[in-house]
Design a protein around this ligand. Structure first.
Ligand code: ATP
Length: 221
């Protein structure tokens, strides 16, 4: 197959988007040779409590965060959908949009990856995209010992798919699992929401433009 540079996909609640997300996208692009990274805010996440901010606010904040970086693009489809957003549905949609041959890389932090075996139709994910997993402080299993550490089911599904070579992501549209190291950043949206709710500063944990948006719309108080 002709080599094509893969497209990265980074889904999340982004409640709010922060520098952990943005470095994850930036470092994934560099480490994995991605052409772009598409940020995909969830509409109604099936796996967790409802976000503190509306889908429209979360989408607007992601758009502000991505502005000015040609590597990043924003996908509003999950926010626009009235249904719960399952990753596998989004991957099927993107497979339709980009065609059978385009390598797609689903980018996950270690905490998100650890929960993968509980996702709707999770085994089908590997037929639709590669999966790249970044370390995350507090959630980072040692690179050589996961995914066995996370769950036996995931281990069975992933062991034969593991690769340490980003070049292999170009040679197939989907199916490999690649761990990669990013600058460890112990930033979470939960922590940012807690700070803001207490009236404390969240400056430098997220882009200034996003913080201004939060202030202007009285979010997370
Ligand atoms: P919350 O604290 O509300 O659970 P979060 O900060 O984990 O939110 P999400 O929107 O749930 O943010 O995360 C989207 C994706 O980004 C997930 O794959 C998650 O693992 C990853 N991610 C978020 N923050 C970091 C970080 N600091 N380092 C590495 N990956 C991260």
């Amino acid at each position: 197959m002709r080599e094509r540079r893969p497209l990265g996909l980074l889904g999340g609640t982004f409640d709010p988007v922060h520098h952990g997300h943005l470095r994850l996208a930036e470092e994934a692009a560099e480490a994995l040779g991605l052409t772009r990274v598409r940020l995909i805010p969830a509409g109604q996440p099936p796996h967790r409590e409802q976000p503190a901010s509306s889908p429209e606010h979360r989408l607007a904040m992601v758009a502000l965060a991505a502005a000015g970086n040609p590597l990043l693009e924003v996908d509003a489809a999950e926010v626009a959908s009235p249904r719960a957003s399952y990753t596998v549905d989004t991957l099927e949609r993107l497979r339709g949009e980009f065609g059978e041959m385009q390598p797609l890389v689903l980018i996950l932090g270690a905490d998100a990856f650890a929960g993968l075996a509980s996702w709707h139709r999770w085994r089908e994910v590997f037929g639709l995209a590669h999966v790249a997993v970044a370390n995350r402080p507090g959630h980072a299993p040692h690179a050589r010992r996961w995914p066995a550490l996370l769950s036996p089911e995931l281990d069975d599904a992933c062991t034969s798919r593991l690769t340490a070579d980003a070049e292999t992501l170009k040679t197939a549209p989907a199916g490999r699992v690649m761990p990669f190291e990013m600058t460890p950043l112990a930033i979470s949206a939960t922590r940012i929401r807690e700070l803001l709710a207490r009236g404390q500063s969240a400056r430098y944990l997220l882009p200034d433009g996003v913080l201004d948006y939060i202030g202007n719309h009285s979010l997370y108080r």
